[in-house]
Design a protein around this ligand. Sequence first.
Ligand code: GUN
Length: 629
Amino acid sequence: MITSLRLLTKEDVTSLADAANFPSIGETLRNGFPYPYTVQHAESFIDIASSSDTDLILAIVDTSSPTTILGIISLNQTKLNDPSVMELGYWLSPPYWNQKIITTSISQILRHEPPPHLRSQKMFRVEALVQLDNLNSAKALLKNDFKRDALLRHHNYSVKEQRRLDCHLFSRNVSRSDSPVSTPKQGQNLAYVRGNFVHVNGPAADIEILMDHLMQIDLTTGTIEKFEPASSAWAQTLTSKPSIPYLYKSINPASDFITPGFIDCHVHAPQYSFAGTATDRPLMGDDGWLASYTFPSERQLSDPRLAAKVYEKVVKRLLREGTTTACYFATIHLEASLILADMTEKYNQRALIGKVCMDQNSPSDYIETTEESLSQTEAFITEVQGRDSFKAGNLYPVVTPRFIPTCSKELLSGLGRLAEKYDARVQSHISESIDEVAFVKALGYEETDAEIFRRHSLLRNSVMAHAVWCSREDLALMKAHNSGIACCPLSNVYFASGILDLNVCQEVGVNVGLGTGISGGYSPSMMNSQRTAVVTSRVANFSKGNPIDYKRAFFLATLGSARTLQLEHLVGNFAVGKRFDAVCWSVEGGGGGVDVFEGDTSEDIVQKILTNGGREDIARVYVNGKECV
Ligand code: GUN
């Protein structure tokens, strides 16, 4: 069931009684609040809505009798923005009229976790009226708890276009069997997640679906401490207590699922500004994609303000799509590269970031000297390695020669030395396309990209993008040097004139993870990467057979990527000891891309999510046990 969230101007609120297209509240007010409300209450309600310190009014409506409002909460934005405030507003339901008794949080209410005196209520829904003077504060407010963009997108409204907005909230019927929950308080160390989990656990790409499990998380580090079926003695002891602090508890026991956060092994963060365009050129050449679109666009990020804008957008977008870890290329600019690091810290995304290096075959206004490139790379590494987020396993510097054509031999050797000195990871592009391989040959090299990187000590803990034209020997060389591949299926369709043979990679045993390849790949969604990997593999294997399926793509996007980025000890699945980086899927209601039918098995629903699910189906995203965006 879907209920409405409506943003109203002050005038809207005062004429609310006539709001015909908002039937339950409009009717309720017009009819003078049938039980338990009176006309007096309706007037007070409008008074409160118009008062200066009210930003939001939530009405809790009895679903069995839609004109019965069980309670109204008026909320103040300042309080709303402070997660430690538990007394959020005035609970206006008799007998507590006008008393400050709300001891639950807004996120709980929106998750349909009833306030104490409503716990015996069988079914209710939350309707929200937001009364705000301007849409900027609406934005700030919605960002906090309402998943603003998900909601707005749902109806294709944009803040710019619409002063008056109709949005939809995920809404669930709450039954008595849903025990009341409370969000973790400040200073509380343990929290619990209950629901159905999906992950890959083990060497093969077999998906494990764990129905109704309870997970204990240490909130100080976000580490998974215990993970058992909800029927286990340990879980039963905990869940029988009314006070168990849930970080997240899925509402629809049959159709909600929790997957590990997705790990994007290859994103050019600055290129996000033109994602979805520039799909008409080959990679190389004077009027190719790099020369025409990419270099001119990246060059502009010498302006730190622009860098901050672009990087804020890409980090938030990826998080919303469920990408909890991303391996980023920045630009050649040290300052802007550090801004990208700041953004990932600000929005709580795990990130590996490289300042891009290029000292040849680059435009005169987007190039560095060899010395600049090396000294600024060193400065970037030392700055990032000095940060707490590096020590916490949330942020890593990556030595980033753009690709062989733009790096002199001196630069490659120097970068190899830096990677060794600081024990840093390395990323680059390797044998991506026919034109790139030809360009390297034309530079006079007789070796392959893999051999060139190895000779310069740059095949060490490396993640190399594309690798479509690597030979079996190249792949074996990468494996021997603890290096893996960022497979970017969508980008490969545009540039590579080929498809990475995932079966050969598996035979050789080289690690492969998945990437969006933004913006050679136009989509920021790792769900799209998985699907494109499946589709392209099917096309490539029409005659040979054995294409990859959705399970193997899911493995590549989670555990496979974690291995490729040398992060398997931290993320990739829900093994005890790893961090709780997760995507909580809630598809009931049909607002997203998945419809569930009677008779669907849990495997069917998981397959539907992985095949048709999108950001509208994502209820929450967590990194280190903290909710993001
Ligand atoms: N090779 C060198 N730079 C790039 C880039 O930005 N994108 C892709 N796909 N390949 C590259």
